[in-house]
Design a protein around this ligand. Sequence first.
Ligand code: UDP
Ligand code: MG
Length: 138
Amino acid sequence: MERTLVLVKPDAVRKNVSGKIISRFEEEGFRIVALKKLKLTKEQAGRFYIVHKERSFYDELCEFMSSGPIVAMVLEGENAISRVRQILGATDPAKAEEGTLRKLYGSNMGENAVHGSDSVESANYEIPFFFSGLELVG
Ligand code: UDP
Ligand code: MG
């Protein structure tokens, strides 16, 4: 059993498809361990994406991720990290496979609708970034 952090990004919340995205994960058999809607400050977005701080897109990414509300959730299931990444599709929605969430709801490389932790190490940073132990209902 594995846990992973998923974010419905501001573009998808603006498009009013957060329910559809959450529903897809339920249909795929994941259990929702924690869920909330919130708005990040640019500084908080910068800390969440600190691994990308040297990348050319970092400033734009932090602007975008703090541009509106997001929905954060922890999902649990067998191989949750890699299975969620498959359901998301490629980072660039134009290159994402048919039926993936980024293909369905993403707009471009930056505004790609959904985030999912990419490794156990990332999940171990990202889950406590958004949720305290008490909020993980299990
Ligand atoms: N991103 C971007 N431009 C790029 C690459 C990434 O704006 O050239 C954004 C995009 O929102 C992506 C996030 O930065 O989801 C993190 O990038 P990463 O390469 O980790 O992609 P992911 O793991 O989200 O597929
Ligand atoms: Mg990544």
